[in-house]
Design a protein around this ligand. Sequence first.
Ligand code: BGC
Length: 387
Amino acid sequence: MMKKKLAMAVAGIMVIGLLTGCGGKTTETQEPVTEQEASAGEENDVQEPGGGVDSSSTGEGLIGVSMPTQSLQRWNQDGDNLNKFLTEMGYEVDLQYADNEVPTQVSQIENMITKNAKVLIIAPVDGGALSAVLSEAKEAGITVIAHDRFITGTQDVDCVGTFDNAKVGALQGQYIVDALDLENAEGPFNLEIVAGSLDDDNAAYFLGGAMEILQPYIDSGKLVVRSGQTTREQCATEAWQTDVAQARMDNILTAYYTTERLDAVLCSNDSTSLGAQSALKSAGYGTEDLPFPVLTGQDCDIANVKAIIAGEQSMSVFKDTRALAEVIAQMADTFVKGGEPEYNDTETYNNGAKVVPAYALDPIVVTKDNYKEVLIDSGYYTEDELK
Ligand code: BGC
């Protein structure tokens, strides 16, 4: 039922996307705009810290949207899309980015509570660090929706809208299996792993989903991780930063691959994949004699889609931020109107304090072969943005 409605909603978004692109930017922010964001062709209305919309203004009321950072393209798109859908529904939106800092996010949320927000939509910097401020929100009668990233260790989260994160990892793992033809090829092949931030619960699901596919090949010796680094802790990339991923991959290449060649890198997302790509280029990869290894990603950031087109990255996993924003805006609106949103998973999202009802969207593999269809035909990007 919800699936059908959602398919219609997504089709609707595709049409809106075709007509308008990804929407204008009315972001209130305290963070600098990055190169990556600038390349997405968007504008910012920068507002001073502490500024924001007044909850007493007209319309359906205030909704607080707390995003982790503007340094990654996707959160800018998430913020823009939420802002667009909620504004169209008649809400005032207080959209804030936390510069990847927990204290900043907490004080921004406190500010939203003070301003009598009706709903808080939060993509946490650290999913386990919001219990105290969310208990304040609950006391004030405010609904809390986790956006994309799970919020753990608290009763005070009402629902989560996300993508099937284990499936994201499984798609990445399966891509490596198919690209190296692990079922038939003799091997062995060398693999390294670049995972996400330890404070992001999603990162565990990405890696878990991928390793479920890849571990049997590591166990049988067909895949060899020469660095020996396979645990989440060993492969983590603090705050998903490109330069952190690059530095770790530089070290791995220097220590383990002076005579051996790297055949595949499992990168959990696009920002870490960019870091791995820079390290590989510095080590001489990207030539006829030494081609790029099979390299995964996630998000379909513009820089990475360009890398896919250029043959430097093999694939990314597309998570349509328009569809997620639509689902979450509908959840918020339903709560404000006294209803209960429809979910497609009421069993698996256990945050350690309760099972949180969820709506999880489906991720899609994007490669050189289908990027036009998935990203351009749907209006997510224009052809020019990918040049
Ligand atoms: C999101 C990914 C994103 C990563 C880094 C994760 O929680 O699900 O889409 O690449 O954070 O921001």
